[in-house]
Ligand binder design. Structure first.
Ligand SMILES: *[C@@H]1O[C@H](CO)[C@@H](O)[C@H](O)[C@H]1NC(C)=O
Ligand SMILES: *[C@@H]1O[C@H](CO)[C@@H](O)[C@H](O)[C@H]1NC(C)=O
Ligand SMILES: *[C@@H]1O[C@H](CO)[C@@H](O)[C@H](O)[C@H]1NC(C)=O
Length: 802
């Protein structure tokens, strides 16, 4: 026997299949009954595998029908090692060729190699006879040369190790004739060499030895008891030499399979045929042979998958031991009684959501123990999932992705794989593979709104909450954890962080300082939401902060100036009629809207009935014509109030002198202001007189020119209370954006000072010290009209006091 001689050949050269998996066959030849741990061969070397990667690629031995794994692979050396007892007789019984198929599976990529192990027989079975002793009855009348069939000895081994011959113990009457059956099996016949004499010796003991051809040789013996009888002429004769029957597997007990029959032409006991099986084997437990009728019936479980063919020897013996033999072959037919079984051989779980379509995720193996069509299995995935099965080698399938996965949409898959065979009716089974999808940071945080607005009233407390922003990120754990921060920037030249702060975890935005509407009405900040992935993803949103006004500025009175002359604010001509504009209080308010809407009121006055003030215009007019009895000195205290809640106010004093004559005024003034200013006053008078003279000349020239042209004169003075720019607070001049009032705003405030806009502005300095002393204001508008002739008599016409 070729113990230890292993022959190796590549069954198939390298074959490339889907996914570049490589498959190859390798064959080894080993004797049966090798010790566990013995090395069969080096698969790594023989298949050209990288020894270092065996472990990483999960190299392992698998079997087709998930049966016993007879060998294993040593991941360090690549050796194929005996793992389980390999008993050739147990595996292959009498079959001449006994091939054990194991599979070497490697992953990434899936690689499958078939390992064929040819199990060689060793002589481990002894020839055995069915019984310990054999009884033969021979008539004394038997002729010399008569032959008597002997039971065959059986040996589990095959070939040379099976029964090779018989030998008979030395004796006086019989010799042994060894014969062969067609299938190579040997049996013996006793040949009568010397006639028997029952009277001399009615019983002979012989020892028959069967030996095999193994090394060392093994043998078995049986004792033959020969009883010498009177006469039995005919042996039973079977109707057929070979009986054949087919039987479906799973046939119930007592199913009639076939009936064997033999006839014996003798009469009585000599003609009574008894049937029996002629072998020691399990098959006798599966079938029952009725000794009397020859009916073969089912007596055990018929399983095609265990045994598909039974071959038995049946004997027919007559009452005196003459026997003949026939062969009974029972062919079992397959029934589709095994459901396909799905094995999950390998699975990558979880799989990252960004795997490219077509990625192999797992390896599926389907097995069906039936044969032919009953074994043909189709595998499929029924659900609508982005996975498919790609047939690989034999009954292997790769589970691959067919589309892009998105953990945020589907994070778990239960993939039901259904396997159906082609039997009729078909059998099927299914298996559910659970697969999770692992997260990849593929979603940036997204703000719930496109932009945010926060409204805050000025003078807020630092630290107060303005608003809160929220961004969502559907990724998993830190990939979906959102952190908020301010995008660096500037507001009014200062870093944005000195205005607001954002809570990194909650997105709540706080004011860092108290805002002043008069300085800053609104600003924008960029808030960034970033997740905690690596690399992180982020997005921005704009938060607009609008500051609303609070009535925190009291009206500011521009005219009359607080620190102005406490003696005289305006000079009122004695001739002033009721309704004449006398003066005007001019005030502004830095707030806006209602908070800057001013109203004017006279709080106290020397003569309450004489003057009134326009509630919104601040214009002070006479209520009636001035009479001689009116006091020359009239003082008014005017309150200016805005419309805020609560409202703020300011007051000013207005000193009005009713006089046509500056000298009178001067007297009056002298009385009150002593001699201190007399020098100054005289300079002043000189200056005034000269200016007034110049002014009068100028007027006369203009009037003369107009008169000459006979043109309708235009009204010279109309509501012409002009505020020189010097009266405006310095910041009012700055009309541009960031911290101060805008031009329109400024203009609003300006408009509140008068109900009419002036179209004529005096450029002279507005100061009561420069009032013309006596030249002006003597004439009423109608006087002017007289001078110019056909002046229209608009009720609006009036000479305003400067
Ligand atoms: C998958 O099956 C498991 C267990 O049967 C179940 O808990 C889970 O909800 C299933 N998942 C899906 C996505 O159907
Ligand atoms: C987050 O995403 C990255 C890849 O972008 C991944 O490696 C990591 O496992 C993810 N984290 C979690 C908790 O899923
Ligand atoms: C955030 O805003 C800044 C400036 O406004 C811009 O440069 C950047 O591209 C934005 N980032 C994102 C993710 O939108």
């Amino acid at each position: 026997m070729d113990n230890g001689i292993f022959s190796l050949h590549r069954g198939l050269p390298w074959i490339f299949l889907a996914f570049l998996s490589v498959y190859g066959d390798v064959s080894y030849s080993v004797p049966e009954e090798m010790k566990r741990g013995s090395v069969i061969g080096n698969v790594a070397k023989d298949l050209g595998l990288d020894l270092g990667k065996l472990s990483a690629r999960k190299a392992r031995i698998d079997t087709e029908d998930n049966g016993v794994k007879y060998c294993s692979v040593n991941l360090n050396t690549g050796d194929l090692i005996v793992q389980e007892r390999i008993d050739r007789e147990g595996l292959c019984a009498k079959r001449a060729s006994c091939v054990l198929t194991q599979e070497l599976v490697l992953e990434i990529p899936l690689e499958l190699h078939r390992i064929n192990i040819h199990v060689q027989d060793i002589n481990d079975n002894t020839p055995l006879f069915k019984e310990d002793s054999l009884k033969i009855e021979i008539r004394e009348s038997a002729d010399k040369g008569a032959r008597f069939l002997l039971d065959e000895a059986h040996d589990g081994d095959i070939g040379e190790n099976a029964v090779q011959g018989y030998s008979l113990q030395q004796n006086n009457h019989f010799s042994l004739n060894v014969r062969s059956k067609g299938n190579g099996r040997k049996y013996g016949e006793l040949v009568l060499e010397k006639e028997l004499d029952r009277e001399d010796n009615n019983e002979i003991m012989l020892l028959l030895t069967a030996f095999d051809g193994g090394s060392p040789q093994r043998s078995g013996t049986v004792a033959i008891h020969v009883t010498v009888l009177d006469a039995n002429d005919n042996a039973p004769v079977f109707s057929e030499t070979v009986y054949k029957a087919t039987l479906p597997e799973n046939s119930p007990l007592d199913t009639q399979v076939i009936t064997v029959s033999a006839t014996d032409s003798d009469e009585g006991v000599n003609g009574e045929v008894t049937y029996g099986f002629d072998r020691v084997s399990d098959e006798n437990q599966v079938f029952l042979l009725n000794p009397k009728t020859g009916d073969v019936t089912v007596a055990g479980a018929i399983d095609y998958e265990r045994e598909s063919l039974y071959e038995m020897q049946v004997s027919a013996k007559d009452g005196l031991g003459l026997a003949s033999y026939a062969t009974l072959i029972i062919q079992i037919t397959d029934i589709n009684d095994n459901v396909p079984v799905i094995y999950l051989k390998s699975l990558t779980n979880p799989i990252p959501e960004n795997v490219t379509p077509g990625t192999e995720v797992g390896i599926i193996n389907v097995q069906d123990r039936d044969s032919d069509n009953n074994k043909q299995v189709h595998c499929s995935i029924q659900q609508n999932v982005p996975f498919k099965l790609v047939p690989s080698i034999k009954n292997y399938y790769s589970l691959v992705t067919t589309g892009q996965l998105d953990r945020e949409l589907v994070s778990d898959y239960n993939i039901t794989i259904r396997a159906t065979d082609e039997g009729s009716p078909p059998l099927s089974s299914s298996k559910t593979v659970q697969l999770s999808v692992a997260d990849i940071n593929d979603n940036p945080p997204v703000f719930e709104e496109q932009s945010y607005s926060a409204y805050v009233t000025e003078n807020n407390k630092p630290g107060s909450t303005l608003c809160s922003v929220t961004a969502r990120d559907p990724d998993w754990r830190q990939n979906g954890t959102v952190i908020y921060s301010l995008f660096p920037g500037e507001v009014n030249g200062a870093p944005v962080s000195s205005y607001v702060s954002v809570n990194g975890d909650t997105g709540v935005i706080h004011a860092v300082r108290s805002f002043d509407y008069e300085q800053l009405r609104s600003f924008k900040v960029q808030v960034m939401a970033r997740d905690n992935g690596s690399p992180p993803l982020s997005s921005n949103v704009t938060v607009s902060v609008f500051i609303s006004d609070v009535n925190d500025n009291s009206p500011q009175i521009l005219y009359p100036a607080l620190e102005g002359n406490s003696f005289m604010t305006e000079l009122v001509p004695k001739a002033a009629h009721g309704g004449s504009l006398v003066s005007k209080v001019i005030a502004v308010d830095a707030d806006s809207g209602q908070n800057a809407w001013l109203s004017y009121r006279i709080v106290t006055s020397t003569d309450p009935g004489l003057f009134t003030i326009g509630v919104h215009s601040g214009e002070i007019r006479t209520q009636r014509d001035i009479s001689e009895s009116d006091s020359m000195k009239q003082n008014l205290i005017v309150a200016v109030k805005d419309n805020g809640q609560p409202s703020l106010s300011a007051t000013c004093s207005m000193y009005l002198i009713i006089s046509d004559n500056l000298a009178e005024v001067t007297e009056l003034k002298d009385i009150s202001s002593d001699e201190k200013n007399s020098k100054l006053t005289s300079y002043l008078i000189i200056a005034l007189v000269s200016v007034s003279t110049f002014f009068l000349t100028f007027i006369i020239i203009i009037m003369g020119v107009r008169f000459c042209r006979r043109r309708k004169p235009r009204l010279l003075f109309d509501g012409a209370v002009t505020i020189p720019s010097a009266y405006l607070p310095p910041n009012y001049a700055d009309v541009d954006g960031t911290g101060t009032l805008r031009s329109t705003y400024n203009y609003d405030a300006y408009l509140t000072t008068g109900s009419r806009t002036s179209d004529f502005k005096f450029v002279t300095s507005y100061n009561d010290n420069t009032l013309p002393a006596d030249q002006t204001l003597r004439k009423s508008p109608s006087d002017f009209a007289d001078v110019f002739g056909d002046c229209d008599s608009s009720p609006e016409v009036g000479i305003d006091v400067f």
